[in-house]
Design a binder for this molecule. Structure first.
Ligand code: ARG
Length: 470
């Protein structure tokens, strides 16, 4: 490739054997700078470590290392300050950009930095450094949402709501218990990211294009300098491994699945049919046509965005399938899917936390909802069991009792004396209204993992210790 259309600084890094120019359409397809420039600081950091490492290996003289490192420091500042010009550069990718900036500052010396290095081990390293920072961001966002959920749980440890299976009213639970269910999902999500970050913790720099650097490089020292636990031990795998990208996007997908479930529960509970939740103005929207509307758009977006992140996962799986060793340009396609998944997930975690912090629970209506739908039927069967009736028989008899109550248009506690004497003779001396009160039903579930308010309060305390790092 000739460099007539580009200034000397941003000329391609590989033009020696080329006379013609890239077709502009292909040039556009080939260019990754518009999306890989977000790894610019990592690229500089890797370059500094590389300069020092090849200096230590005798490839660069000590003064050369010093000049290169100083120039890279300047470049780092410009990038961090937003005035490096990277947004408008026509460099092919972030690696070309940084090298060109270096050459602008130290001339031919800058061209020595790439000795023994390839963009293949460079991009593999940049990506891992970048993901390392994202692991922290995702973890912090998930932890913040957990805190918001735990605060809600503390406030509503004894707020009774109808619990559902099959979206049919089932048994009363507390709203706090429901909130903590999501805290647990997020805990597993955090674990998945932490696991992925741990497995990713080996430095590919020094793998060269595919075969390894051609001089005595202390790769373990280089890895340590970049904060990695170890150096990768096979150059072919080192430059082409993208398992970490897959694992991060899978972890994001799982988080988004969880957020979609949270969103669905809250959308339903905020409907007029349920009337349990009311979201505030910071996360609700109106209708351009119907003046009365308060729509849960924030939650609907949380529910919908999982489609996008799952799409990113699908893209990444497809891109990496069947790739021969070692580096192939297909791998450049890893970034947009990965970055989109990371961006979307962290934003959705933040929005979910906003929702959790701007919601009111209609405690009275939520409690009242437990009166309809025979949510006390299981406890009635349990009362029979306490009097020696085998559970299967109790289940059968309460089923019949529910039918009778329906026919009579009453609740289980309102059954006539005659119906009770006929259907539930064992319970003739029991104050059913008290024994089947919502509070009684809840407090009976005082078992590890159960919905009893005391359990919820104990769990809240446990979560707070965990989240405050104590
Ligand atoms: N922009 C490329 C990527 O993201 C960098 C590596 C290019 N290497 C190469 N030999 N073409 O994968």
């Amino acid at each position: 490739m000739t460099t007539e259309t580009k200034d000397e600084a941003t000329a391609a890094l590989w033009g020696g054997r080329f006379q013609g120019q890239l077709h502009p359409i292909f040039e556009g397809l080939n260019q990754s700078l518009p999306f890989d420039r977000r790894m610019a600081l990592e690229d500089v950091r890797g370059s500094v470590a590389w300069a020092k490492a090849i200096g230590a290996a005798g490839v660069l003289a000590a003064e050369e290392v010093t000049s290169i490192v100083a120039a890279l420091g300047e470049i780092h500042e410009l990038i961090a300050g937003g005035s490096s010009g990277i947004e408008t550069s026509d460099a092919e990718d972030v690696h070309s950009f940084v090298e060109a900036e270096l050459v602008k500052r130290v001339g031919d010396l800058g061209k020595k930095l790439h000795t023994g290095r390839s963009r293949n081990d460079q991009v593999a390293t940049d990506l891992k450094l970048h993901l390392r920072a994202w692991a922290e961001r995702l973890d912090a966002a998930a932890a913040d949402l957990q805190s918001a959920l735990v605060d809600l749980a503390a406030e509503h440890a004894d707020t009774a709501i109808p619990g559902y299976t099959h979206l049919q009213r089932a048994q009363p639970v507390t709203f706090g218990h429901q909130c903590l269910a999501y805290a647990h999902m997020l805990e597993r999500d955090r674990g998945r990211i932490a696991d992925a970050a741990k497995r990713m913790d080996a430095c590919p720099l020094g793998s060269g294009a595919l075969a390894g650097a051609p001089f005595a490089l202390d790769r373990e020292a280089l890895a340590a300098d970049l904060g990695f636990a170890a150096a990768t031990r096979n150059s072919l795998d080192g430059v082409s491994d993208r398992d970490h990208a897959l694992e991060f996007v899978f972890a994001c997908t799982t988080t988004m699945l969880h957020l979609s479930r949270l969103a669905e529960d809250w959308i339903f509970q905020a409907s007029q049919e349920a009337g349990v939740l009311r979201f505030g103005d910071t996360v609700s929207t109106g209708s351009s046509l119907m003046p009365q509307k308060r729509n849960p758009d924030a939650l609907e977006l949380l529910r919908g965005k999982v489609g996008r992140v799952h799409g990113d996962l699908s893209a990444l799986v497809t891109v990496t399938k069947g790739l021969p060793l070692a580096y192939n340009k297909d791998l450049q396609e890893d970034k947009e899917a990965l970055f989109d998944a990371l961006d979307t997930t962290v934003t959705c975690l933040e929005v979910a936390a906003l929702c959790a912090r701007d919601v009111e629970v209609d405690v009275v209506r939520a409690r009242a909802a437990n009166a309809e739908g025979f949510l006390d039927a299981t406890d009635l069967a349990d009362l029979l069991c306490e009097r020696g009736v085998p559970f299967r028989d109790a289940h059968e008899r309460v089923g019949v009792t529910v039918e009778r109550a329906l026919a009579d248009g009453v609740t289980l506690t309102e059954l006539s004396d005659a119906a009770r004497a006929e259907l539930l003779p064992e319970l003739d001396r029991v104050d059913l209204a008290a024994a089947l009160s919502v509070d009684r039903i809840l407090s009976r579930r005082d078992v590890l993992g159960g919905t009893a308010p005391d359990q919820v309060r104990a769990e809240v305390a446990r979560w707070r210790t965990r989240l405050n790092g104590a």
